[in-house]
Design a protein around this ligand. Structure first.
Ligand code: SME
Length: 307
């Protein structure tokens, strides 16, 4: 069955382009939602006086994707902590929100907002969460030149971190390859290879919780230390705190374990078991400083959920 959901994620050009490439999405249309003027023009919305948000209507085949997946992908590309717009685009027309036109969607949406708030609070403690969840008031398609803008203008303006497009495809391919596979080690091996191959990092691998230690699991890259204690290094910290840890400069992280002197920045994402406890961590290292940000944290979290 074809269903629809509306995403306001800042400038609609990039958001539309992102959702067009999601498996199961039948169409993504740029438009203006939840304002006070009927059929507004771009110029009217641009004044910020009509109350509309630049919004993308996503129609999807419920048998091929789910509302849950779409909302998770949406949260991976926006910054819920920016209240005045997204990126360099400032104004209420660039606010973030999810708008629904079926009351039946509310339980899933509320659960996804609770999940997003929790992850965001762990990633950016103390930062306000601005993304709104509201019924759809109105939606008007934007002018033709706004539709498929980034297809018509390759390399045109996009406020999104451009890696979201690679991560989207990585996520979908990983989901397809792991589908139905019960073996945890095999799945970790596949994820390590896919992330390394697609994103070109220096070292990508897993450490699995075994008693009071993390023990090296499947990885891609140079040889690494085998055991890490609870609370030790970046990996042990991510395990202890049960949250993603981004380290822009490993030399600034007290207790960092240098398996390779070439590693300069890293991200460690916990893998949670069915009972909510940490069962492993995904550790990724880069030879450059400051490689990882919220985009990596969000998409890698989604990928570890496939395990
Ligand atoms: N850097 C990690 C140790 C593992 S290696 O990076 C592969 C840490 O401090 O946890």
């Amino acid at each position: 069955m074809i269903r629809e959901i509306y995403f306001a994620g800042g400038c609609f050009w990039g958001v539309e382009h992102f959702f067009k490439g999601v498996h199961g999405v039948a169409s993504a249309t740029s438009g203006y939602a939840n304002g006070s003027v009927e059929c507004p023009s771009y110029e009217q919305v641009y004044t910020d006086k009509t109350g509309h948000a630049e919004t993308v209507r996503v129609r999807f085949d419920n048998a091929r994707t789910s509302l849950q997946t779409l909302v998770r992908l949406f949260f991976a590309i926006i910054d819920p902590g920016q209240g005045d717009g997204q990126g360099h685009d400032i104004g209420t027309r660039y606010r973030t929100g999810v708008y629904y036109n079926s009351q039946e969607d509310l339980p899933v949406l509320e659960a996804e907002f609770a999940r997003a708030r929790k992850l965001f609070a762990a990633y950016a403690p103390g930062t306000e969460f601005y993304t709104e969840l509201r019924p759809l008031g109105c939606f008007y398609s934007a002018e033709e030149y706004h539709q498929k803008y980034l297809d018509k203008n390759p390399g045109g303006y996009c406020h999104l971190d451009l890696r979201v497009f690679r991560y989207r495809d990585l996520y979908q391919d990983t989901a397809a390859l792991l589908d139905g596979e019960p073996d945890a080690v095999a799945k970790m091996a596949e994820v390590a290879a896919l992330v390394q191959e697609r994103m070109g990092f220096f070292w990508t691998g897993f450490y699995r919780v075994q008693g009071q230690e993390l023990v090296l699991g499947p990885f891609q890259g140079p040889s690494a230390c085998i055991r890490i204690g609870f609370g030790k290094g970046v990996c042990g910290t991510a395990w202890k705190q049960a949250r993603t840890v981004v380290v822009p400069d490993v030399e600034e992280f007290p207790g960092h374990i240098a398996c390779s002197s070439l590693s300069r920045s890293e991200i460690v994402v916990p893998v949670f078991g069915p009972d909510g406890s940490v069962t492993a961590v995904l550790d990724i290292d880069s030879k450059e400083l400051g490689t990882f940000n919220r985009t990596d944290a969000e998409f890698l979290q989604l990928i570890t959920e496939l395990l």
